[in-house]
Structures are given as structure tokens and as C-alpha cells.
Design a protein around this ligand. Structure first.
Ligand code: GTP
Ligand code: MG
Length: 222
């Protein structure tokens, strides 16, 4: 099997945060390797796909949902949380207000995603604008540590740590899957077995529907 059909799992990730923090730019850099100074604000929800290798020989197709940060689209984007196994919480390191709003995005995601498991990653963007920085790395890290989630700072303009951000969250999800803390489940699209592993999971997924595992801290409603 080749190309888009040659993967072991599919993870659905959602990218949230205030308007203009750089959500679409992060996804465009990751999926297309480009950066635009003046992109249009996202209207509702956009969708991207990329396959990555989470460890040697294991390919994961990432379905990436890019949401609009503007308040008026909240009711549309809310519907996309439920089928996500990963949430990238984005703030702009040059905009302190966007950092103070991360708590709201985290709470919103937890409320919408429960009772399903998910993994969060805190992402501070625009580190190429170091002289305009308003949120220190220590502040970002302290927030992430407090909520027991991972943390990374990126620049979509300079392509700094963009790949690493997606690899980090995908590996974390994969590890939880292998450890049995996240499951492929019927009726939930957060994680799906790919063409290579679909048969193995078919029986398993029926078993786990009635047996949702307790979450580790850092997951949805801990
Ligand atoms: N210097 C710099 N600018 C960036 C970076 N990422 C995004 N921007 C700029 O920030 C602005 C907003 O970027 P978007 O990616 O559209 O922001 P968004 O979070 O998708 O906004 P909404 O779709 O309205 O929610 C644009 O002018 C981008 O060029 C970055 O890493 N460095
Ligand atoms: Mg956008």
C-alpha cells in the first residue's frame, strides 16, 4: 500500500486559541511548508491532513481541524471537539491576553470532549519576534506543568519547532494507545485504525465501548 492509504492509525487533532495567535499559520507550515504574512482569518473550521512516522515503521495519519478563534464562530467549532483525541492549545508569545485565555480554551475542550480521552499540548507561537515577547518561556512551562500537559514554543515564519510540536503530541497519543490508556472505539473518531491495523482492532473496539478507562491527569476532565 502506498501514500495516503499506508498508515497504521488515524488521529484527529483540533487546534484552538484566540484569533490571530497563528493557528492556521502553524498548520500551513506543517502541512505545506509555507508562511504567509497576511492570511485570511479562518471562517468556521478548516481541515488539513498529513501522515507522519511516530516511531520507526509506525505511520499515523493526522486529521487536523483548524478552528476560527473569533467569538462568533464558537457554536460551529464546538461540535468538532468531541471526535478529537488531541488538542493543541495555542497562544501568541507576543500577546499576553491570548495567554490568559488559554484556561478558557482548555476548559471548553475538556467540557466538550468528556467522557473521551484526549491529550493536550500547549503551544506558544511567533518566537521569531523575540523583542516583542510578552509571555516568558517560564510562564508557558509553569502553566503546562500545572495542568500536567506538554509544552513547546514555535515560529511558523522561521519553521522553528513546528514539526516537533505535531510529532510530540502524536507520539504522546500513540504511547497512550499502546499502553491501553486510549482506545479505538466504535462511534468515536478520535483514533481510528488505519488500513494496516484495522482488522486487529475490530474486535477490540467492541470490547472497550463498555469499558472506558480512567484518565491520567492532563487528560480531558482530570
Ligand atoms: N512573525 C510571525 N507571525 C506569525 C506567525 N504565525 C502567524 N503569524 C502572523 O499572525 C497573523 C495571524 O495568523 P493566523 O495563522 O491567520 O492566525 P489564526 O490563529 O489562524 O487566526 P483565526 O483564523 O482568526 O483564528 C498573520 O499575520 C500571520 O502572518 C509566526 O510564527 N511569526
Ligand atoms: Mg485561522
Amino acid at each position: 500500500m502506498d501514500g495516503m492509504y499506508n498508515y497504521d492509525y488515524q488521529f484527529r487533532l483540533i487546534v484552538v486559541g484566540d484569533s490571530t495567535v497563528g493557528k492556521s499559520s502553524l498548520l500551513r507550515n506543517f502541512c505545506e511548508g509555507v508562511f504567509s504574512q497576511d492570511p485570511d482569518p479562518t471562517v468556521g473550521v478548516d481541515f488539513n491532513v498529513r501522515i507522519i512516522e511516530v516511531k520507526s515503521g509506525v505511520k499515523v495519519k493526522l486529521q487536523l481541524w483548524d478552528t476560527a478563534g473569533q467569538e462568533r464562530f464558537k457554536s460551529i467549532t464546538r461540535a468538532y471537539y468531541r471526535n478529537s483525541v488531541g488538542v493543541l492549545l495555542i497562544y501568541d508569545t507576543t500577546n499576553y491576553v491570548s495567554f490568559t485565555h488559554v484556561t478558557n480554551w482548555l476548559n471548553e475542550a475538556r467540557t466538550q470532549i468528556q467522557p473521551y480521552q484526549c491529550v493536550f499540548l500547549l503551544v506558544g507561537t511567533k518566537i521569531d519576534r523575540e523583542s516583542e515577547r510578552q509571555v516568558t518561556t517560564e510562564e508557558g512551562k509553569a502553566f503546562a506543568d500545572f495542568h500536567n500537559i506538554s509544552f513547546i514554543e514555535t515560529s511558523s515564519k522561521s519553521s522553528l519547532y513546528v514539526q516537533e510540536a505535531f510529532t510530540l503530541i502524536a507520539r504522546e497519543i500513540y504511547d497512550m494507545l499502546i499502553e491501553g490508556r486510549i482506545h479505538v472505539q466504535n462511534g468515536w473518531d478520535g483514533v481510528k485504525a488505519g488500513p494496516k491495523t484495522a482488522n486487529t482492532h475490530q474486535k477490540q473496539s467492541i470490547d472497550v465501548v463498555q469499558n472506558i478507562q480512567p484518565r491520567r491527569s492532563g487528560c480531558c476532565s482530570s
